[in-house]
Design a protein around this ligand. Sequence first.
Ligand code: EPU
Length: 336
Amino acid sequence: MKIELNHPLKNLNTFGIDVCCRQLITLDMPQEVAQLQQEGIFNTPFYLMGGGSNTLFSGDFNGSVIQLQNRGIEVVHETADKIILKVAAGEAWQSVVEYCLKNDLYGAENLIDIPGWTGSAPVQNIGAYGAEVKDIVYQVNGIMLHKATFVQFHNTECQFSYRNSIFKKDYRNRLLITEVLFQLSKKPRFNLEYEAVKNYLISNNQEITLQNVAKAIQSIRASKLPDLQMLGSAGSFFKNPLVSRAQFELLATRFPNVPHYPAEADLIKLSAGFLIEQCGLKGYREGNVGIYPKQALVIINWGGATGKEIITFYRKIQAAVMNKFGVLIEPEVNEV
Ligand code: EPU
């Protein structure tokens, strides 16, 4: 375990916000949670962080930022068709995807190039291009912060839904995810539901293979989403809103071309990117903060933005969408 006082966080959050925390606690092993618990750290302000790709620091954090940096990917079960991998929470999510590509394992490829660490993936049920991590999560292992006891959640106990899980609700700030087990297919099985992926493969005359699907997704992502090495952002800043059928039908009478998709619990998912773009805000910029010109769902730090500037900016976007469409778009990022 390492404890560093007054630690800068600029390089630890993908927005690149230049703030400090009172202490950065880096854990090498989940068992070290017991020591933090005995020292009463969890009775003081703390923030459990993974790769910092979904975090918006509003200012300096007067508490402990805690990162579990355990590593490792191992095969724990294998049949003729399937394999179960156990992955340490501190592994980059991208390492899991790369491992799968290298070993011809199917199921993670649509989620290529998503930043962040493996332990965070089930918390917000990361998703892209017709897939969600819930489709391959087998089990989530964690440690309860206040008791330092180990717990396990089978997929069906995780309450996964669009960008949500039990870890974001009941277990928020109560549990540290230590490992995630994934079930992958050894037999080819593709998810080409997302029109743009299918079209890309057809128009580039490419065979449907694991490598080609992954490359297609990389290429589509790169054409829409900013490179985090070049521009600070947290990917999609807002979640796509889920509205009731009645609300959608009312909206559709005024805006017949509004894109919509069926979602869980008989709700309708709207495209926040579309709503923002229709407000004329795609590419809109105020000082150091703006909407990414190629994807209206992404807020960009054009350089030197503070968390407060980003918060003021996103609330304006939220208000503009509410004003025009009567729909609340909520942040996907965690405001700290
Ligand atoms: N759209 C616009 N203008 C825009 C962006 C989107 O009109 O500027 C409309 C279009 O109708 C488009 C539809 O929205 O057809 C969907 O757009 P896109 O496929 O780009 O996806 P998204 O709904 O904007 C979601 C995820 C992304 C993920 C993509 C691809 C959320 C919050 N975001 O975005 O995830 O990569 O789908 O599957 O669900 C992230 O979470 O950080 C993220 C990047």
